[in-house]
Design a protein. Sequence first.
Length: 379
Amino acid sequence: MAGRLALPAAGLLAALRCGRAGGSGASGPRAGEALVEASALECSEVDWKGLPAVELSDRGGQDFARVLPSIGGTVGSLTLAGAEVLLPLGSAEEALENHIRYHKSGMLLPWANRVAGGRYSYFGKELALDINDAAHDAAIHGLLEGHGMQVASCSGSSASLVYTFTGEEAPNGGYPFPGLSVRLDYKLEGGKFVLSVHASVPLQAQGPVPFNFGWHSYFKVSDVSQTRLEFDRRGGRQWRQLVTDANLIPTGPTELFEGFNGSDVIGGTPSRPTYWDNGFVSVDPSADTSPKDLEVRVRGPGNAPAAVIGGDAGVFRFVQVFSGSEKVFNESAVAVELMTCATNAYNTGDCSAASMYIQPGGSWAAEINVALEASQDEL
Ligand SMILES: *[C@@H]1O[C@H](CO)[C@@H](O)[C@H](O)[C@H]1NC(C)=O
Ligand SMILES: *[C@@H]1O[C@H](CO)[C@@H](O)[C@H](O)[C@H]1NC(C)=O
């Protein structure tokens, strides 16, 4: 193709998108083919309000995602079947502030949620992270959001971003693990959004690298108080709520939780919905009857389709629910965060898999997907 076109920030239905050849060898439109239908022009790197962005579109623009490489691969917008699914980031200023405050759709790694007191012990060595949640005396949501990722590929309706840790991301040696390499793949496919996360540690690394992951997806709803959440209870799967202290750090015990079963609304009033900021863990009674995947549904009021977020049940046993966005930043959404480990796992090791470390020469990968499901009234 004849070089990249300088386009203004492309809107959802922009007829012309500037594709860039990616690693897979696919290429953007050739000269003379520029006006093929929008569905064929699926990944583009654009300037979005002064920030670099990667925009994906599929099904003629009905499905659209904007990813912000300079903010650790945060998803700035996700539309499926023409409906906004996640709280969007509306401006560069908001996007730059977001990761410090609300972490809207941020990629939470190498830890998700809180590390108590910002301190953890790495095989007997005490390490300290910056406290960025002073109200709870905690280091929260990892290190990636503050860093820029490289666009490794952008073609078809998918893109890959990469980042390699230098070991300097946390000041004062708080996370001294150079070489940890992360790749985030984003894809729109058949009405679904698919996020794949890959992490690897070089063979030359000095030791195991602590790593866990969560995605801070805020599902946009018209009224949180009238929204129903539904945890996956197929195959007898149960959910337990993690008991926490005043700083929202789990203390160890868990309690059987029968709520979020799709029947009751979150409750409270539209301007002050019932406040949840709690962690839950799924427990499967038997590997034979339990589905391999895990889903959480977020069903807004009326005939709104439910957003369904899913992942591998063995990987994402932990889910954090936050219903306080109305109170904290006056936007109507419910955050459902799939996590590989419990809050404060750096101190407890409480993770879905056997270990929360990636060994030298080792790697880790997982996938999360988001789809819309028509409301039951319409079925
Ligand atoms: C569903 O959750 C509500 C609380 O939100 C609870 O009162 C009710 O008993 C639950 N239903 C079942 C079948 O567990
Ligand atoms: C909250 O946002 C709504 C618009 O969604 C606006 O009308 C209202 O004034 C805002 N309230 C506050 C306290 O900022």
